[in-house]
Design a protein around this ligand. Structure first.
Ligand SMILES: C[S@@+](CC[C@H](N)C(=O)[O-])C[C@H]1O[C@@H](n2cnc3c(N)ncnc32)[C@H](O)[C@@H]1O
Length: 374
């Protein structure tokens, strides 16, 4: 097998993926959007631990909010990061919930090492089943996905508000939105987006193992941050993270093309309002741990002119697990110089199709037939 193809360790399924090193083609390689799956490992937490844009906003919000109050930290992670930060900031007691058992055990160790075993209780399990011994005054969470709601923030935080929180409770973060803008790859990834980042292939294996087999996972292009958009950006999927999030909905928006070019796809980002008085974090114009999601439209690029319109409809609704959304984006490119071009992108949480479109067939070439038995 060539150096650019890897056979995945997916028992019962023969899956081959096209790979490249990020250094070779920083804008042409994708990684899986992984935050919505139970595959958090040391490297994933380390990435968030280095995200100073995110962390500075959380530290400031926690310092301003928790002193003398009771707190729940939803999805505390293996370092119990915001639970320990809250205890240091004077929280009276913190309940730190983590659904991945190994990471909950590590969180318990981190709490003990930080000397807060008396003021932080680590509870292993999902918020769907974990109960708190008392209602609390502050809810801290960081379950914001590469698409704002993709980690289940709407369902999880609505449930938390109902079952965990006292009236008048404070929430960190407050709200989020997903951003959409169209991208012309011509000047930045002329070969197109054709390969997975080699070092990230293990997450594909972990996701396929956790979810029962291969499917077309949504992908992120880490190098697309801070890329000039071909159109303006619009916000969709506004989620109030204070117990009033819309768990299913649909938003129609019109994007206007800013310059002549070719439309290859759309990039989805996150805007996150961590605390009142702070500017939102925008994952498309700052270097954060949220990578832009790639919505492929056309490998060759649809020719467009300044002033053309892209009408998009962005919908989300809970998948079969009742928590993580299935997404659908449909669009129509209205061109002064050409016939309209329509496109649809379905991105379910756990889709049933694999290699269902040209984009995924390029990333996952058909495996060569096995050699005949001698
Ligand atoms: C994005 S990470 C954040 C980790 C850490 N709080 C931080 O900000 O660095 C999300 C964490 O939440 C956990 N998680 C997600 N949904 C959860 C739920 N419903 N109940 C408990 N834990 C959850 C995941 O396993 C993961 O550890």
């Amino acid at each position: 097998m060539s150096d650019n193809l890897m056979r995945l360790d997916t028992p019962g399924h023969d899956v081959v993926v096209q790979v490249a090193d990020r250094a070779e083609s920083p804008l042409g390689v994708v990684i899986a959007s992984l935050g919505e799956y139970p595959v958090y490992d040391e490297a994933a937490y380390a990435l968030m631990g280095r995200d100073e844009v995110r962390n500075a906003a959380y530290r400031a919000a926690i310092a301003a909010t928790v002193e003398g109050r009771t707190v729940v930290d939803i999805g505390t992670g293996r370092e119990a990061l915001w639970a320990v930060t809250s205890a240091r900031a004077g929280a009276r007691h913190v309940y730190a919930i983590e659904e991945m058992p190994d990471n909950a055990a590590l969180a318990r160790r981190a709490v003990a090492e930080a000397g807060f075993a008396d003021r932080i209780t680590v509870l292993e399990g999902s918020t769907g089943t974990v109960e708190l011994p008392e209602r609390v005054e502050v809810c801290i969470s960081e379950i914001i996905g590469t698409i704002g709601g993709s980690e289940g923030a709407a369902a999880v935080l609505n449930g938390a508000a109902e079952r965990y929180m006292l009236p008048g409770a404070a929430y960190i973060p407050l709200r989020c939105a997903t951003t959409i803008g169209a991208v012309d790859l011509s000047g930045i990834a002329p070969e197109g987006i054709t390969a997975y980042e080699r070092d990230h292939v293990r997450y594909l294996e972990m996701i396929f193992a956790a979810m029962g087999g291969p499917f077309d996972v949504r992908t992120c292009v880490s190098g697309l941050r801070c890329t000039p958009y071909l159109t303006d950006q619009a916000e969709v999927e506004h989620l109030e993270l204070t117990g009033a999030a819309t768990a299913s909905g649909s938003d129609a928006r019109t994007l206007t093309v800013r310059r002549d070019g070719r439309l290859h796809g759309l990039s989805l980002g996150v805007r996150l309002w961590v605390d009142a008085g702070q500017d939102p974090i925008d994952s498309t114009d700052a270097s954060t741990s949220w990578f832009p999601v790639w919505v492929p439209v056309s490998a060759e690029g649809v020719p467009v002119r300044a002033g053309d319109r892209v009408r998009v409809e962005f919908g989300w609704r809970p998948a079969a697990d009742g928590i993580h959304p299935d997404y659908r984006l449909s669009g129509r490119i209205e061109r002064a110089d050409g016939v309209p071009a329509a496109f649809t992108w379905d991105s379910p949480y756990r889709g049933s199709g694999f290699r269902g479109d040209d984009f995924h067939r390029t990333l996952f070439p058909a495996p060569a037939p096995a050699d005949p038995a001698p």
